[in-house]
Design a protein around this ligand. Structure first.
Ligand code: TXA
Ligand code: MG
Length: 335
């Protein structure tokens, strides 16, 4: 056991050692940072739920190196799951498949299915590789944030969530920026439980099947709770053409000075003077917006809190399937 290697200099091998010994390690993936524990150790996994404040019946995703790793946790890999794995692994897609009985019970949160994901981030892959060498074939990891809060896309975000209590591997800013798409492959038709950056059309094409609708008895996914990804400040979306007039109305309102408005929009407005407006430019493409969104929500929230409160206004995003992933996160941040 390495001597408390928690700190900025944690190496991937030390991270793998910690995992093998049942300790928690936060690590980068291409989507968001995960808070990992060996998936086959119910006590180690319990520490994840405790650190996050997450209800124990919310299942975690198990991260594996490859299809062979997936087989250790799956009772079977349905053909549609295999097709999706071949098309998108390693990458930001999670498949829900029947769970091998008796395996990763705590990770699965009591479900008889298991979520499996093969990340592409080089640090995650090295960690999974070195963990496998140490007898760990899967790493259970939810996003490394407290339950209901904004997912972390940098190592600093993870430190902001957990302080020194959790060892963090620093792999830079996440390239994708929102969590993986989750496809339930345990039914007669695949169901998209959580949209990501891989679109529904691409999933249907690789699956060779149309996606079914989410049903009331679909397995629960905490990322699908109505309110999630929530900053402390209230978040609302405002159509671009209304931002100016609504700010004017707010500023001209009689009474005490309005609270801070933190604005996330593609074009800045001239709000100089006394206006307590903070602006962060919003990227123009869905890919860039996904990459920036969670960091933006964190930064704008900090700006609002440091000014004594207020609201975050996010420019309404375009219609269209390419925006499904970011739209989903925004709707929940506003709820
Ligand atoms: O991109 C990602 O998926 C990130 C990175 C770290 O890999 N992980 C992530 O984990 O977003 P988490 O725990 O924040 O979200 C996982 C989602 C949850 O909504 C959970 O309920 C759902 O996956 N999930 C996991 N296993 C499941 C199962 N067996 N059935 C249904 N939903 C499941
Ligand atoms: Mg999460």
């Amino acid at each position: 056991m390495p001597e408390n290697p928690i700190g900025p200099s944690l190496t991937v091998a030390q991270g793998a050692d910690l995992l093998a010994h049942g300790r928690l390690v936060a690590f980068p993936t291409e989507t968001v940072y995960g808070l990992g524990a060996r998936a086959d150790d119910d006590r180690a996994v319990a520490a994840i739920f405790q650190a996050k404040g997450r209800p124990a019946d919310h299942p975690l995703i198990v991260h594996v190196l490859d299809e062979q790793g997936a087989q250790d946790f799956a009772a079977e890999l349905p053909p549609v799951a295999l097709r999706l794995m071949k098309a998108f692994w390693p990458g930001p897609l999670t498949v829900i498949v029947p769970r091998r009985p008796g395996v990763a019970t705590a990770s699965a949160g009591g479900q008889d299915s298991i979520g499996l994901r093969c990340p592409s981030h080089p640090v995650a892959r090295e960690l999974l590789w070195l963990a496998r060498e140490r007898g760990v074939s899967g790493v259970a990891a939810p996003s490394a944030n407290r339950f209901g809060r904004v997912s972390p896309t940098t190592a600093q975000h993870v430190r902001d969530e957990f302080g020194d209590a959790v060892a963090v591997l620093d792999g830079g800013a996440c390239a994708v920026g929102i969590e993986s798409a989750i496809v339930d492959c345990t039914r007669s038709v695949p169901v998209l439980l959580r949209p990501g950056t891989i679109g529904a059309a691409a999933i249907e094409s690789a699956a060779g099947q149309r996606l079914g609708l989410v049903r009331a008895d679909s397995p629960r996914a905490s990322g699908t709770l109505e309110s999630h990804y929530a900053p402390l400040a209230r978040v609302r979306t405002v159509p671009l053409q209304e931002i100016g007039s609504r700010l004017q109305a707010l500023l001209q309102r009689p009474g005490p000075a309005p609270q801070c408005v933190a604005l996330y929009s593609t074009t800045g407005l001239d709000c100089s003077g006394a206006a307590p407006v903070v602006w962060r430019p919003m990227p123009q493409t869905p890919e860039e917006l996904a990459r920036d969104l969670f960091a933006a929500l964190r930064d704008l929230d900090a700006a609002v809190q440091s000014r004594g409160g207020g609201e975050i206004w996010v420019q309404a995003i375009p219609e269209g399937a390419a925006w499904d992933g970011v739209r989903d996160r925004l709707v929940r941040a506003c709820a």
